[in-house]
Design a binder for this molecule. Structure first.
Ligand code: NAD
Length: 248
């Protein structure tokens, strides 16, 4: 089950956190994984080395997804060089938190540029080879916050909700080409992004999780592997909640 050997996957933001776990999990299932990192060269190299040690294949390339032309070029080059592109996981994301009345336009613009425009740019480039092959898997990493909102996260929530609209639209638009498009909406995951949150905020968030704990990045990566697999062939336009029961 979930055999990804001979498949090529492209993952954005794979040097740490959830993206890293996704890279590792896809590679474990046999995929040739190409992932991007924004600035963390040493971490990206460590991910590649770790995957290699376990007999997998992963390669890293620098990319700032705010540069849509470059993002599209990276995806297109990868598909050309490796002769196929089976899976895109648009994971790279940022959170710029704060009360909305105090938030600067730049923070909103940056959040939308990374989370929405960056993800959708990669999706546009990935769709071309996938349409030709009449097969493909696009997975957006959204958030529970995009579904239920969160005080202090208006910009982030708006960006993650936008990805859900995009997921459903692209799923309808490319179903005829047998390209499935789905989203995962993680809840509270133990990564650098959440470690930076003040303790009272963390406590309040944990109090809202029926499973009573944060998720590991691996627990988000596993459902992504499922969505990337042949076994998920009839799942499209879906929002897969991985939130410990926070929102049902
Ligand atoms: P993280 O901060 O550890 O990792 C974010 C990744 O995005 C990093 O690899 C970073 O290099 C990359 N990135 C950021 N800006 C970029 C840019 N301009 N260009 C290219 N790459 C860029 O965060 P994480 O917790 O691993 O989050 C991964 C994804 O999961 C994000 O989309 C995030 O919104 C989402 N998410 C996280 C949580 C959580 O609790 N941690 C919950 C729900 C959703």
């Amino acid at each position: 089950m979930f055999d990804l050997s001979s498949k090529v996957a492209f993952v954005t933001g794979g040097s740490r956190g959830i993206g890293r776990a996704i890279v590792e999990a896809l590679a474990e299932q046999g995929a040739h994984v190409v992932f991007t990192y924004a600035t963390q060269v040493a971490e990206a190299e460590a991910v590649c080395a770790g995957v290699r040690e376990r007999g997998g294949v992963a390669e890293a390339m620098q990319l700032d997804v705010r540069d849509v032309a470059m993002s599209e070029a990276r995806v297109t080059e990868t598909a050309k060089r490796l002769g196929r592109l089976d899976v895109l996981v648009a994971n790279a994301g940022i959170a710029r938190d704060g009360l909305w009345v105090q938030m600067k336009d730049e923070a909103l613009d940056e959040t939308l540029a990374v989370n929405v425009r960056g993800s959708l740019g990669c999706a546009r480039a990935a769709l071309r080879p996938m349409m030709k092959a009449r097969k493909g898997r696009i997975i957006f990493v959204s958030s529970v916050v995009g579904e239920m909102g969160n005080a202090g996260q208006t910009a982030y929530a708006a960006s993650k909700a936008a990805l859900l609209g995009a997921t459903k639209s692209l799923a309808r638009e490319y179903a005829k080409r047998n390209v499935t498009v789905n989203a995962v909406t993680p809840g509270f995951v133990d990564t650098d992004m959440t470690r930076e949150l003040p303790q009272p905020v963390k406590d309040a968030m944990l109090g809202a999780v029926p499973l009573g704990r944060t998720a590991t990045a691996r627990e988000i990566a596993t459902p992504v592997v499922f969505l990337a697999s042949d076994e998920a062939s009839y799942v499209t336009g879906a929002v897969l909640r991985v939130n410990g029961g926070m929102l049902t």
